[in-house]
Design a protein around this ligand. Structure first.
Ligand code: 5HU
Ligand code: ZN
Length: 190
C-alpha cells in the first residue's frame, strides 16, 4: 500500500489522487499506476474539473449527487470535465505490467475501484483487492463494483488505517504500513 500511496502522489488531479500497485503471490511488483491523462495529453491543456451540472439555486454545490430541480445541463461538458480523459490508476497499473499476467495477483489501491476498473480487474484475473479509502462508497459506481465483486467472489479488504490523512504520511508512516502488512501476512500464514 505504501507504494500505491507514493504512486498516487504523482497524480495531477487536484481533488483525488489515486495510486494502484499490483503484486503477485511472491510479493513481486507487477505494475503500478496513478490517475492521469493518456500519454501525450498535456496536464495543462485538458480539464481537471468536474462539470456534472450547472446549478442556479442557493445551494450552488455543483456536486454529482445534487438533486436540485433547477440544475441545468452543462454546455460543452466534454471540454470541462476530467472524467472524459483521465485514465484511472488501476488501468494504468495493468497497462504498466507490460503484458505480464496479473492473474491471481493482489492490487493495492488507495481508493475503492469504480465499476469500470472493477470490470477490468475481474477480466484480467485479479484475485484480491486491498483498498485504503472508500470515500465514494455512496456512488452508484462503487455500489456496482461491490455487486460484481461479491458475485464473482473476488475478495476486497479494507487496509488497516493509520491515524493520519493519506497525503500527510511521512517515510516513517509508510514503513509502519509495510510492517503492518508483514504482520498481517505472518498471522494469515500461521
Ligand atoms: O477507481 C478509481 N480509480 C481512479 O483512478 N479514480 C480517479 C479518477 C479521478 O481522477 C479521481 C476521482 O475524482 P473525484 O473524487 O473528483 O470524482 O480518481 C477514481 C476511481 C473511483 O472513484
Ligand atoms: Zn476506476
Amino acid at each position: 500500500m505504501s507504494l500505491a500511496i507514493l504512486s498516487s502522489q504523482r497524480s495531477k488531479d487536484p481533488s483525488t489522487q489515486v495510486g494502484a500497485c499490483i503484486v503477485n503471490k511472491d510479493k513481486r511488483v507487477i505494475g503500478m499506476g496513478y490517475n492521469g491523462l493518456p500519454d501525450g495529453c498535456k496536464d495543462d491543456r485538458f480539464p481537471w474539473g468536474k462539470a456534472a451540472h450547472e446549478c442556479c439555486c442557493e445551494c450552488g454545490c455543483g456536486c454529482d449527487e445534487c438533486q436540485c430541480s433547477k440544475r441545468r445541463k452543462v454546455e460543452y461538458k466534454w471540454l470541462k470535465d476530467k472524467n472524459f480523459y483521465v485514465c484511472h490508476a488501476e488501468l494504468n497499473a495493468i497497462v504498466n505490467s507490460y503484458g505480464n499476467s496479473v492473474r491471481g495477483c493482489t492490487v493495492y489501491v488507495t481508493l475503492f475501484p469504480c465499476n469500470e476498473c472493477t470490470k477490468l480487474l475481474i477480466q484480467s484475473g485479479i484475485a484480491r483487492i486491498v483498498y485504503y479509502s472508500d470515500k465514494h462508497k455512496d456512488r452508484d459506481t462503487t455500489k456496482a463494483s461491490k455487486w460484481m465483486l461479491d458475485y464473482v467472489k473476488v475478495e476486497y479488504t479494507e487496509h488497516k488505517k493509520l491515524d493520519k490523512n493519506i497525503f500527510d504520511m511521512t517515510n516513517e508512516d509508510l514503513k509502519r504500513i509495510v510492517e503492518s502488512e508483514d504482520q498481517q501476512d505472518e498471522s494469515a500464514n500461521n
